[in-house]
Design a protein around this ligand. Structure first.
Ligand SMILES: [Zn+2]
Length: 730
């Protein structure tokens, strides 16, 4: 069946392939940024204006075969002789027009130029002349930058955003051949800010009905209202800036700054509706962030952009928990971040900071990866994912979740926990070599879910009615479901429902509050269900740290292969025996209706897996996924040793399987120092009926691979993977 989005993709691609001239306004007359595959950024400091060697920099960026280069225009500091009042000209600019020199040089090498702007801070002279442009604390004081206190934070509700920034865009657009504008640091996907300037105080009084709390608090009616007002302002500014930058050049674009991995507060679906180009500013990892955080970023952005351009910035400098701006991070870490960018369907944006580097080790790292990409560009032009498993991205739960019934409900430092359910499921899926996509909870239409056989819902506790309805429809069409913990227990903003909205699908009802968090509880195997393959040697498996107390509905097709053994003391050893060894309380309910199979876990098994690393919990999740997928063969199967994350795409020339080798002592704590090659990977995948594969080529290894095709199923073996491999099928 051809879906709406398939039709759009196919029709524009076949028009382009026909070689016929394209009239303006036809869908295939796509703006330049929609077909961009490589971009780079040199981020200048104020002093660079004095001595930047333009020619050698443009030589370098050109050698990366970039489609677009981002260079500093203005905002905090103008790198050209601006006449816009209070637009601070670089103190080191002298009579030079650095941005003009850079623009001429960039365009002469056939690269698009995007002006990098910053709308977030301005100098004291602007503060004195326009006090209403700036954010204020409760006591009315302005907000200086913590490291550069001569700069002050501007307010997005002020005319700085609706008048000053547009004046700067217009000045740059009139003087220089720029193809787009990018704002650093705005709007971001993180927390909302709460400001007490005159504009904001008026908005709180007239639109919000009170001053919003400083922290995320979806229990507050004022926070809820402020969230909507805040998002509306972000979208209004974004649309205004897009309109301003296209006044002179219709194919110009405004690019906001988004991204940061799977933890978002601002609704990415809404941001995706205004973004022509989604830039994920997720430049690297720090601390205990797992290596896959960049691929996860691609998964978050893709469903909200529906085939439109997503870039991800790779910081070549060392942006770790302790940050160094002027030295490079390890080449292996940088390369793996760029590899995740392209594997997950994003466009890499290679970033260095400072025009006079004393560390130039990063240059060849970027050049090597980008020239390899350029040599194989058609294989990175994706049409659609081949995954048949979808994972619901629980936007509201990640943003707002606060369990009202948990003792000492978490706040502040524990906020990162809202993404641990998704993170645990993610780890189980890549460890189990399941290929999957994310879908956004605000787009679960039949169209969006049509490619998938299974929807996995990792604790979408705050789930709108509309999403619940769509999930129910998906199962009625034969789709399968795995869900955990408090999924659908609350509405959009966290108001408790009397029961799970999806109780009818789960086969349980809420019987009480949350139990836990507590260690040393178990799941007892009471039925050797197919879902428990591999656990023949044990009668117990580890239990989740917290569970919803539930009562089984006892439907005729329902099975309860695991029951709860409540927590009992773990210390001292004399006391370690179960007080209640057996209960009827389900630890999982599995059921089947036609093709649809459902597994519901009342415990936070995904989060407990992530926190404990207990391999049994990962295995239970993987088994649940395999059982709910049913007996039909997986669309894409990759077997072999190693921890890999896999993506498979239908591409313009055929198909491409991407394998990222995470087998590394630094998988869950950066940085990767070197790669540990893995051996043979056996691949089997199903292509479209009627297609014949003529060649399979490993693009990193640079060699053709033997393969077989029987009907729609193609099989081959990759001899090994060092860092990243792409098997291109044509
Ligand atoms: Zn304000």
């Amino acid at each position: 069946m051809l879906t709406r989005r398939d039709f759009l993709v196919v029709s524009s691609a076949s028009l382009a392939a026909s070689g016929l001239p394209l009239a303006a306004g036809q869908p295939s007359a796509r703006p330049w940024y929609e077909t961009m595959r490589r971009c780079g950024q040199l981020n200048l400091n104020e002093m660079d204006a004095a001595s930047l060697d333009v020619a050698s920099w443009i030589d370098y960026w050109s050698s990366l075969k970039l489609d677009a280069l981002l260079l500093n225009g203005g905002g905090i500091v103008a790198f050209y002789p601006t006449v816009v009042p209070y637009h601070h000209r670089s103190d080191f600019l002298g009579s030079r027009d650095l941005f003009g020199e850079l623009a001429t040089a960039t365009k002469s090498r056939g690269m698009r130029l995007v002006a990098r702007m910053d709308c977030n801070y301005a100098y004291g002279d602007a503060l004195a002349a326009h006090p209403e442009w700036f954010e204020r604390n409760r006591d009315g004081s302005p907000r200086p930058h913590n490291e550069s206190p001569w700069l002050f934070k501007t307010c997005m509700f002020s005319a700085y955003f609706s008048e000053q920034m547009p004046a700067i865009y217009r000045e740059i657009g009139e003087r220089y051949p720029v193809d787009g504008f990018f704002t650093n640091g705005w709007p971001s996907t993180g927390d909302l800010t709460v400001c007490h300037c005159v504009n904001c105080e008026r908005i709180y009084r007239d639109l919000v009905g009170g001053t919003p709390p400083d922290q995320v608090d979806a229990t507050s009616a004022i926070y809820r209202k402020y969230y909507d007002v805040y998002m509306a302002r972000v979208l209004e500014v974004w649309r205004q800036w897009q309109a301003v930058v296209t006044e002179k050049r219709p194919d110009s674009v405004y690019v906001g700054n988004l991204g940061g991995g799977i933890r978002t507060v601002k609704n990415v679906k809404q941001l995706g509706e205004v973004a022509r180009w989604f830039n994920a500013d997720h430049q690297g990892r720090s601390g205990d962030t797992p290596i896959w955080d960049c691929a996860a970023q691609g998964r978050v952005a893709r469903p909200v952009m529906d085939g439109r351009t997503i870039t991800n910035v790779t910081g070549a400098y060392s942006n770790s928990r302790v940050t160094w701006r002027h030295v490079a991070k390890s080449p292996a870490e940088t390369t793996m971040w760029m590899a995740q960018t392209t594997a997950s369907g994003m466009v890499p944006w290679f970033h260095w900071l400072g025009g006079a580097p004393q560390d130039t080790r990063w240059k060849e790292v970027g050049r090597s990866f980008f020239t390899w990409l350029a040599a194989h560009e058609p294989h990175f032009r994706n049409r659609r994912s081949m995954a048949d498993v979808a994972v619901l991205y629980p936007q509201r739960t990640i943003a707002f979740y606060r369990s009202g019934t948990r003792p000492g409900s978490w706040r502040g430092a524990e906020r990162g926990q809202t993404s641990e359910y998704l993170q645990g499921m993610y780890y189980a899926l890549i460890d189990g070599r399941v290929l999957f996509d994310f879908v956004h909870e605000d787009d679960l239409s039949a169209d969006a879910l049509s490619p998938y056989r299974l929807l996995i819902v990792p604790n979408a506790a705050y789930l709108p009615d509309e999403a619940c309805t769509r999930i129910r429809e998906f199962t009625r069409r034969g789709g399968s479901l795995v869900a955990t913990f408090e999924t659908s227990r609350y509405g959009d903003w966290g108001d408790a429902r009397s029961d799970f909205a999806l109780a009818d699908l789960f086969g349980v009802s809420v019987a009480g509050g949350l139990v836990g968090p507590s260690a040393n509880s178990y799941m007892r195997i009471v039925d050797r269900h197919a879902m428990l393959a591999g656990f023949e040697g044990t009668g117990l498996v580890p239990g989740p740290e917290t569970r919803v107390s539930v009562r089984a509905a006892g439907g005729s097709s329902d099975a309860v292969p695991l029951t709860v053994v409540p927590s009992f003391p773990a210390f001292p050893p004399e006391m370690v025996f179960p007080r209640t060894p057996r209960t009827d309380e389900p630890a999982v309910v599995v059921r089947q209706a036609g093709r649809s199979r459902i597994a519901y876990f009342p415990g936070d098994i995904d989060r407990t897996f992530w926190r404990s690393g207990n391999t049994d919990l990962g295995q239970v999740l993987q088994n649940a996924v395999r059982w709910t997928l049913g007996d039909a063969p997986e669309r894409v199967k990759v077997e072999g040793d190693g921890v890999v994350e896999a993506f498979a795409w239908e591409t313009e020339p055929g198909y491409a399987l991407h394998l990222l080798n995470y087998t590394n002592p630094n998988m869950t704590r950066g940085f990767i120092k070197r790669f540990y090659p893995i051996g043979a990977q056996r691949v089997e995948l199903a292509i479209a009926p009627g297609r014949t594969i003529r060649a399979v080529r490993a693009l990193r290894a640079g060699r053709d691979l033997p393969f077989t095709q029987r009907g729609v199923r193609v099989r081959f073996e990759l001899p090994g993977v060092t860092d990243y491999e792409v098997a291109a099928m044509t």
